[in-house]
Design a protein around this ligand. Structure first.
Ligand SMILES: Nc1ncnc2c1ncn2[C@@H]1O[C@H](COP(=O)(O)OP(=O)(O)O)[C@@H](O)[C@H]1O
Ligand SMILES: [Mg+2]
Length: 356
């Protein structure tokens, strides 16, 4: 039997580079070698693609880049020599992108692969780009009656023209406390919680350093953070249990994600069967409205108003101890079976496209 080649692409320039290397390595180790030839591809700090021999273990995460939150590292550029990129892609029958954040989880790599005609794991251009842009995803959720914290978008142009009027409008619409975030980033970078109106300007200014719009959301007080894993193309299904994150700090900021371990519970503590069921249904509904395919992790905030969708991660952390695989492992699947199913879903999508 001819083994097809799966290229696992990892690394990249984003602040989540280190997690991506560990996740990508875990995925690469789990791919069935009897059926596939595995090619490791690492995108380096400068955006260049190169074949690699290196597999990273969980301990690699211990040294997180201290400067990852520096706005000067954003935005990223893909500097790759296109000839080299093409040489790599032309050897692959399929790409498994395990890249988090911009240029991985935002539809750009997916667009490149579509253009090159290479099948790939996970959702398509639209799913990735919609989920990366928080105001767009949230507008879709609102349109479809799926609860999400109320929000406003602040545009850089309007902000520099009259920041006072913009702040007043935000406070009037949403009150306090608030969360201010760059519209399209991840890793909690550039995010502030604002309890005092006098500090709103500073928070918006920070978020706008990472892009041309910021999103300001009503804070969910004492929110529990619940996560649900979904996979599938036409018939997406949620893992049987949901998980819970208990951040070490006041919210799940960069430090609680990568520097200090936060609590991770599978299953989430003290939810009734009915509550879990309703979260699973809401997760699948959110996945569908965003044009979900492949897989994703749907994150909720649960406060006094009930469960709300916070965001959808289209390439969630995929280390052996990450939430996404752990939730399906709780259903009895092995890590390797999860990886295998994602590859099958990708063939299914590419075959469908070639018939279209
Ligand atoms: N509206 C909100 N209410 C309460 N907490 C929030 C809200 N939005 C974000 N948070 C906190 O900030 C963290 C990061 O926000 P999130 O939108 O998930 O950004 P990222 O895409 O960087 O992960 C969340 O995990 C949560 O701890
Ligand atoms: Mg998040």
């Amino acid at each position: 039997m001819i083994r097809r080649t799966v290229a696992v692409v990892m690394g990249g320039r984003s602040s989540e580079r280190e997690v991506s290397l560990v996740s990508g390595s875990a995925v690469a180790r789990a791919i069935d070698r009897d059926r596939y030839r595995v090619m490791l591809v690492e995108i380096d700090q400068d955006g260049r693609w190169a074949q690699s021999e290196t597999l990273y273990g969980q301990d690699h995460l211990a040294h997180t880049c201290a400067d990852a939150t520096d706005p000067e590292r954003h935005p990223y550029h893909l500097h790759s020599d296109l000839g080299e990129l093409w040489r790599i892609l032309s050897q692959a029958d399929m790409v498994f992108p395990v890249l988090h954040g911009p240029y991985g989880e935002d539809g750009t790599i997916q667009g490149l692969l579509e253009t090159a005609g290479v099948p790939y794991v996970g959702g398509g251009v639209l799913f990735n780009s919609v989920c990366m842009h928080k105001p767009t995803l949230k507008s879709l959720l609102v349109h479809h009656g799926i609860p999400t914290p109320e929000f406003r978008t602040v545009h850089a142009g309007a902000w520099s023209a009259d920041s006072r009027a913009e702040s007043d409008a935000v406070i009037e619409a949403l009150g306090l406390p608030l969360f201010v975030k760059p519209s399209s980033l991840g890793s909690s970078i550039g995010i502030s919680r604002v309890d005092d109106a006098a500090l709103l300007g500073q928070a918006i200014h920070l978020a706008l350093r990472y892009g041309s719009t910021a999103i300001v959301e009503m804070a969910v007080p004492h929110a529990r953070e619940i996560e649900c894993a979904v996979m599938g193309n036409d018939a997406p299904r949620a893992a049987g249990v949901v998980g819970e994150i208990v951040p070490r700090n006041q919210f799940y900021d960069y430090e609680s994600k990568y520097v200090h371990d936060s609590g991770l519970f599978v299953p989430a503590r003290g939810l009734s069967g009915r509550e879990t069921e309703s979260l699973r249904e809401m997760a699948v509904a959110a996945y569908r409205v965003a044009d979900g395919a492949g897989y994703a992790r749907v994150d909720f905030l649960i406060g006094d108003q009930g469960a709300m969708v916070n965001e959808i991660n289209t390439i969630p952390g995929f280390t052996e101890i990450s939430m996404f695989p752990r939730l399906f492992m709780a259903d009895g699947m092995s890590f390797a079976q999860i990886v295998d199913e994602l590859i099958s879903l990708a063939w299914e999508r590419s075959e469908r496209k070639s018939l279209a």
